[in-house]
Design a protein. Structure first.
Length: 82
């Protein structure tokens, strides 16, 4: 039995779909540690998209030194094409 963890982009797509955003209205791309969300439909709310994407941002720190770990920083960038 294998356990798979969803990639952040896949999890964000699922959250957006559950909130009523479909693939025609919103696209999600992952570039290393950056999640790019593009809102294509003028009727889709930019603030609602930002609120949904915010929990997917994360920063992991070393417990001993407090430094940001390599690859431990995930951010999102949301744009609207209207």
């Amino acid at each position: 039995m294998t356990t798979t963890n969803p990639r952040p982009a896949d999890a964000l797509r699922a959250a957006l779909k559950a909130a009523g955003f479909n693939a025609r209205r919103v696209s999600v791309r992952a570039d290393n540690s950056l999640l790019r969300v593009t809102i294509r439909d003028a009727s889709a709310s930019l603030t609602k998209g930002k609120a949904i994407a915010a929990p997917f941002e994360s920063v992991r720190h070393c417990q001993a030194t407090g430094e940001i770990l390599a690859g431990g920083y995930v951010t999102s960038h949301i744009t609207a094409l209207m």
